[in-house]
Write a protein that binds this ligand. Structure first.
Ligand SMILES: *[C@@H]1O[C@H](CO)[C@@H](O)[C@H](O)[C@H]1NC(C)=O
Ligand SMILES: *[C@@H]1O[C@H](CO)[C@@H](O)[C@H](O)[C@H]1NC(C)=O
Ligand SMILES: *[C@@H]1O[C@H](CO)[C@@H](O)[C@H](O)[C@H]1NC(C)=O
Ligand SMILES: *[C@@H]1O[C@H](CO)[C@@H](O)[C@H](O)[C@H]1NC(C)=O
Ligand SMILES: *[C@@H]1O[C@H](CO)[C@@H](O)[C@H](O)[C@H]1NC(C)=O
Ligand SMILES: *[C@@H]1O[C@H](CO)[C@@H](O)[C@H](O)[C@H]1NC(C)=O
Ligand SMILES: *[C@@H]1O[C@H](CO)[C@@H](O)[C@H](O)[C@H]1NC(C)=O
Ligand SMILES: *[C@@H]1O[C@H](CO)[C@@H](O)[C@H](O)[C@H]1NC(C)=O
Ligand SMILES: *[C@@H]1O[C@H](CO)[C@@H](O)[C@H](O)[C@H]1NC(C)=O
Ligand SMILES: *[C@@H]1O[C@H](CO)[C@@H](O)[C@H](O)[C@H]1NC(C)=O
Ligand SMILES: *[C@@H]1O[C@H](CO)[C@@H](O)[C@H](O)[C@H]1NC(C)=O
Ligand SMILES: *[C@@H]1O[C@H](CO)[C@@H](O)[C@H](O)[C@H]1NC(C)=O
Length: 840
């Protein structure tokens, strides 16, 4: 039995403070912004387009500031009054619902007092970025002078969702997609905490992440930045990430709000989405972000129903600020502002400030001042905008005199006068290593090929096994794919401090067992590959698939992936290896699903590891899995189909640059596994799937109704809900206490029936009655359990009334559909082990 490390679940591990080391010598890093790549449209039928889109007329708009959500006072133990630096402790079955409203109230009072001393121009400045490359960060809000007196120091906003972009001595954390693949709230929280420490350590106020778009299209270029194709899983990942980041004192930014699901023509496409789908699918992770006290939300490039996201009254004012009760500010994506009047639709800040990069013009700035002076936009709205921004700064305690000054220049990283090269990495590589292992999904393991046991010889095959000829940061914004893939490309990146390739890590480990290691990194010399693997006890073949943001094109992939096959002739490479070695292990580093039918069932392929894009310790993470230091617990955060056409949604391509593409979200609630289930399509590997080196048995399921002390307060709302009636729409009605407190608890036994210590991730799927219009099953809970062989533990998954509700368009509220609601608990979306019915 291999020695296996305990998966860290202790809160104490989360409280370790970062220790910033003294500034050290500067290193050369490349950091230039490349021009946008032009889009081509060859040989495609004309795409569906919109004839026009809505422009807010320039006319006076009344403004009424939104009141705070009318939640009751904090209820001890259930709805604790939380401040960002003291969130509820992480739990594998969260039952505490934090209430950030009191902390917002305090921050708002301070912000109002501060804003009261500002002139009109100064208030406008709080809302207006200084313009592209006119400050040290990718986004900058100018100071109000004197900074230490009545003024304010302004803000530094910096990419990315996985680390501090465009600077050095920072950690390259695993991508969002890997973070979600852990299904491990403790690791997700810890990554958030560590990222927050690094941003604060560099003097950044706002980290531009996490990203929570839903991978509606398997080919979506930025899917890897996000948390997969499941709203509940993405919501939990967003929630834990934000609690972690903000605990460390950086403002989180939930993005991209909303329906930004493809890179192609992202500024020229209208996502037409029905209200129920918006609430139940795409809105959910943002709603969870609001519940985590998120400081800011970024509106996206696209249009929703023919109205740009950054001037969409429905999504910004009505849903986010009113219905969710969001108290922070909405900032635009970079150049996603389309008018000054967007301010009346809910936009609070324009980024990077100029209309086009370097234009020296702005929709806010002088224009906003004029609109206020002539009464088109009320000054009370401007006050609200500035107050929200400054309140977020107070909420995170960024007024503390100890808050570090910005110590780098994102655009001139080699200028010694502007870069102090402060090392903020601490020992964060350890959690990168752990998440890399915890997010690696074991898809196939014939006859316990893995973990390795004293293997005599290994041949490592493929360019993805080794380092890149140009080094870890050789391509601007990681826009290239030559060696091991540990990150996609675009603004969602940072600089690798180092990049431990599989080849390096495996050789270091091989010494212990005196395993012979050979390699062949040429992907296309098939005769050479065949020779290299013959006679070796094991061949490990590495393939990958990359994607990124649309301003960089790599091998004809304009951000989005042009296909779902492995790069560098990966299928042919794998088949060549398997034809010549009867113990072939496939390792895939991919930003998302691939079609693996050409080789998945090959009898010589004895194991498949799906490793995603795990960050700087990619090789070390793999070694932990191969040798059983970490028993695989990763589970697929999306479905791997047998055919690309099986997915419910495809990219919309083509058209001219003037066209507004029309993208009707016709699949509605049926994205990813929900579609496969409803259409009876057999996937290759279903959502939630992943093997362990051990086996687990489930038994003794029980479901109980939870009675809370707070029930009395909202007795009427609860009685309505139980009677199948919707709750009334009010400020914060979707994030209200009675809807989210524990209402049902499902408990069950899990027994480790195998030979290895390891983790299991029980998943709970709710099955609504068919008349509800819901998909056959929807994920509403999961937990983590770690068991030694033979051990049985009782697991719990707690659900709220929200978990059992659907969005009712007519009443604009959440209601319990009539009929019987059942559930399954199991090891994946297609491996139910236990069944039960809710006592409604
Ligand atoms: C999208 O839906 C609208 C409204 O139902 C319809 O008019 C339009 O033709 C649809 N577009 C496409 C491309 O199907
Ligand atoms: C507003 O900010 C700009 C820089 O973006 C600065 O030049 C200007 O002086 C500021 N105005 C006021 C009134 O502070
Ligand atoms: C978009 O249009 C659909 C269909 O009319 C509607 O249900 C939905 O609420 C609209 N969403 C927005 C953001 O306007
Ligand atoms: C914007 O202003 C800068 C600095 O004054 C100037 O160098 C640049 O040419 C201006 N750009 C345009 C498009 O006017
Ligand atoms: C004001 O906005 C208009 C677009 O509505 C733009 O053309 C103009 O340059 C802006 N003015 C300034 C001073 O930025
Ligand atoms: C207010 O100023 C803006 C920007 O100059 C202009 O577009 C708008 O028509 C003005 N409105 C009135 C009522 O003067
Ligand atoms: C930030 O810079 C100012 C001005 O140089 C200095 O007074 C202040 O102490 C610095 N703050 C920190 C936390 O180092
Ligand atoms: C797996 O084990 C079975 C039963 O011992 C054997 O028949 C089969 O050949 C083995 N497969 C591989 C790939 O070793
Ligand atoms: C899919 O795209 C990759 C990356 O551009 C390319 O290497 C591969 O040849 C493409 N596959 C097919 C079947 O066209
Ligand atoms: C499996 O590998 C062996 C070499 O070990 C080879 O002889 C055999 O043809 C391979 N099987 C297939 C189906 O390719
Ligand atoms: C795999 O090939 C080796 C020789 O390379 C042989 O010893 C072994 O029995 C084969 N295993 C199977 C399952 O065929
Ligand atoms: C995938 O589906 C498409 C469209 O249904 C079909 O034409 C194609 O043959 C399928 N490919 C495979 C490998 O089954």
């Amino acid at each position: 039995m291999a020695s296996l490390r305990l998966i860290p679940l202790l809160l104490s591990a989360l409280l370790v403070a970062a220790q910033n080391e003294a500034p050290s010598a500067s290193v050369a890093i490349s950091a230039t912004i490349t021009a946008a790549a032009s889009s081509t449209s060859s040989a495609l039928p004309p795409p569906p387009t919109e004839s026009t889109y809505y422009v807010i007329p320039i006319s006076p708009v009344a403004f009424t500031p939104l009141p705070s959500p009318s939640n009751p006072g904090p209820i001890p133990g259930v709805f604790p009054s939380a401040v960002p630096n003291n969130p509820p402790p992480v739990s594998s079955d969260p039952t505490l619902v934090p209430d950030f409203a009191p902390a917002w109230t305090v921050a708002w009072e301070k912000a109002k007092a501060k804003i009261a001393g500002f002139t009109l121009e100064e208030k406008v400045n709080v809302t207006t970025g200084v313009g592209w490359m006119n400050g040290r960060c990718v986004g900058n809000i100018p100071p109000v002078y004197p900074i230490d007196g009545r003024g304010w120091p302004g803000l530094c906003l910096e990419d990315s969702p996985l680390g501090v972009r465009y600077t050095n001595f920072v950690t390259a954390f695993p991508a969002g997609i890997n973070t979600a693949a852990t299904w491990n709230r403790a690791l997700i929280r810890l990554r958030g905490i560590y990222m927050g420490q690094e941003f604060v350590g560099k003097g950044v106020h706002v980290q531009l992440g996490p990203m929570m778009n839903l991978g509606k299209n398997a080919q979506g270029g930025r899917n890897w930045e996000g948390f997969g194709a499941e709203p509940f899983l993405a919501g939990e990942a967003a929630y834990e990430t934000i609690l972690g980041m903000q605990q460390s004192g950086v403002q989180a930014c939930a993005k991209h709000y909303i329906n930004n699901e493809q890179e192609f023509d992202r500024t020229q496409e209208s996502s037409n989405v029905d209200d129920r789908t918006e609430h139940e699918i795409y809105g959910h992770p943002f709603m969870r972000s609001v519940m985590a006290g998120v400081a800011s939300v970024m509106c996206s490039y696209n249009l929703i129903n023919d109205t740009y996201a950054c001037e969409n009254d429905r999504t910004l004012n009505q849903i986010l600020k009113y219905e969710y009760g969001f108290q922070g500010y909405i900032q635009s994506d970079w150049s996603a502002t389309h008018s000054t009047m967007g301010a009346t639709a809910g936009l609070d800040m324009t980024m990077p400030g100029d209309i086009a990069f370097g234009s020296n013009t702005s929709y806010f700035g002088y224009n906003l001042t004029q609109f206020v002076l002539n009464g088109t936009i009320q000054e009370s709205r401007l006050d609200d905008m500035a107050t929200r921004i400054v309140a977020a700064w107070y909420l995170l305690g960024q007024d503390a005199p100890t808050f570090p000054n910005v110590s780098f220049n994102a655009f001139y990283p080699l200028d010694p006068t502007q870069n102090e090269n402060i090392d903020v990495m601490a020992d964060h590589y350890t959690v990168v290593h752990d998440i890399g292992a915890a997010s690696t999904i074991l898809l196939k393991n014939v006859n316990n090929t893995l973990p390795l046991k004293g293997v005599r010889s290994i041949a490592m095959i493929g360019s993805d096994a080794g380092p890149d000829l140009r080094g870890p940061n050789g391509y601007t914004d990681r826009g290239g794919d030559d060696g091991v893939l540990a990150m996609g490309w675009g603004s969602g990146t940072d600089n690798f401090p180092w990049l431990i390739s599989p080849l390096e890590a495996i050789q270091a480990r091989a010494r212990q067992d005196h395993t012979l290691v050979s390699w062949f990194l040429d992907d296309f010399d098939y005769a050479g590959v065949a020779t290299a693997v013959q006679g070796q006890e094991m061949a490990i073949v590495f393939v990958n698939s990359d994607s990124g943001e649309g301003y960089i094109t790599v091998d004809g992939n304009e951000g989005d992936r042009k296909n779902l096959t492995a790069w560098h002739g990966g299928d042919e490479l794998i088949l060549t290896v398997a034809a010549n070695n009867n113990n072939t292990v496939v390792v895939v580093h991919s930003v998302g699903p691939l079609i693996i039918e050409p080789w998945v069932d090959h009898p010589n392929i004895t194991a498949i590891l799906w490793a995603g894009v795990p960050g700087q310790e990619v090789g070390n993470s793999l070694v932990s899995i191969l040798y059983g230091v970490w028993n695989p617990t990763g589970r697929l955060p999306y479905t791997i189909a047998k055919n690309a056409s099986d997915y419910p949604s495809q990219l919309i391509l083509g058209g001219t640059p003037q066209d507004i593409l029309s993208i009707n979200y016709t699949q509605g609630l049926f994205i990813d596994y929900r579609w496969f289930d409803a259409q009876n399509i057999t996937p290759r590997y279903e959502f939630g799937y992943g093997l362990s080196y051990s086996t687990f048995k489930y038994s003794n399921v029980e479901v109980t109704k939870v009675y809370n002390a707070d029930d009395a307060y909202d007795a009427e709302l609860i009685a309505n809900w139980e009677a199948g009636k919707p709750n009334p729409l009010t400020v914060g009605s979707t994030t209200a206490l009675w809807l989210h407190t524990p209402a049902y608890q499902v408990s069950f036994d899990v027994t480790n029936t195998g030979d290895y210590y390891g983790g299991e991730i029980p998943q709970l799927y709710v099955h609504f009655p068919p008349e509800s219009g819901e998909p056959p099953q929807v994920l509403k809970g999961f937990t983590n359990m770690n068991l030694v062989p033979g051990e049985t533990q009782r697991g719990t998954i707690t659900l709220s009334r929200y978990s059992l509700s659907i969005w009712d368009i007519a009443s604009q509220g959440w209601l319990k559909p009539s009929g019987t609601i059942t559930f399954t608990v199991g090891a994946s979306s297609r491996d139910p082990r236990l069944h039960g019915t809710f006592p409604l």
